[in-house]
Design a protein around this ligand. Structure first.
Ligand code: ZN
Length: 193
């Protein structure tokens, strides 16, 4: 889909890792489609993940009892957040599609456990359970429509062949990503049947 803007939020320390490969095929495939692809490489940027008072420039309105939510919202309205946050907000606003390539988060993630362990009867429980706070509580709450997650199960214990197949299926999915309908991000999707 030429002209679409894609933001990939990428969090891994090693570019030659499996996660690095997933990020690379996404950049390659989407760029080949004519999309403008931006990568926020959080480790390379040394991005500050904590929510602290330092996120706000200038004076806070109640320094005696600091309330991050209130102060950050005030600062947002005044344009007084730090530039690293404003830059990322701008990227999210401009993007048509945001892919979180993150060990912990969503849409495209890798796991330590196998798919069997992430079944309802497995030791980790249904994988949809752990996606609930991320996909629904965070993304949907913030106004995103959520596409089905891309989960690469246990690449560390998979064979080289299996890892290649996982990267290839991600690249294949991206070819038609713009035709996908969002999931029905409601409790039945996560906890139904
Ligand atoms: Zn939802």
């Amino acid at each position: 889909m030429a002209g679409k803007k894609v933001l990939i939020v990428y969090a891994h320390q090693e570019p030659r890792s499996f996660n690095g490969s997933l990020k690379k095929v996404a950049v390659d495939e989407l760029s080949a489609q004519g999309c403008t692809v931006t990568v926020s490489d959080l480790y390379a940027m040394d991005f500050e993940p904590r929510a602290t008072r330092k996120d706000i420039t200038g004076a806070v309105s109640n320094p005696k009892s600091f309330n991050y939510g209130v102060e950050a919202y005030e600062a947002f309205k005044k344009g007084a957040l730090t530039s690293d946050i404003i830059d990322e907000q701008k990227k999210v606003l401009e993007a048509d599609l945001v892919i979180f390539q993150n060990k912990l988060a969503l849409v495209s993630l890798t796991t330590g456990s196998t798919s069997e362990m992430y079944m309802k009867t497995g030791v980790s429980g249904d994988y949809r359970y752990f996606l609930w706070p991320l996909q629904h509580g965070t993304l949907h709450f913030c106004g995103f429509k959520v596409l089905a997650p891309q989960i690469s199960f246990a690449p560390e214990i998979a064979s080289e062949e299996e890892r290649k197949a996982m990267v290839a299926s991600w690249a294949q999915r991206l070819k038609t990503i713009w035709e996908e309908e969002p999931i029905d991000c409601t409790p039945p999707w996560y906890f139904g049947q």
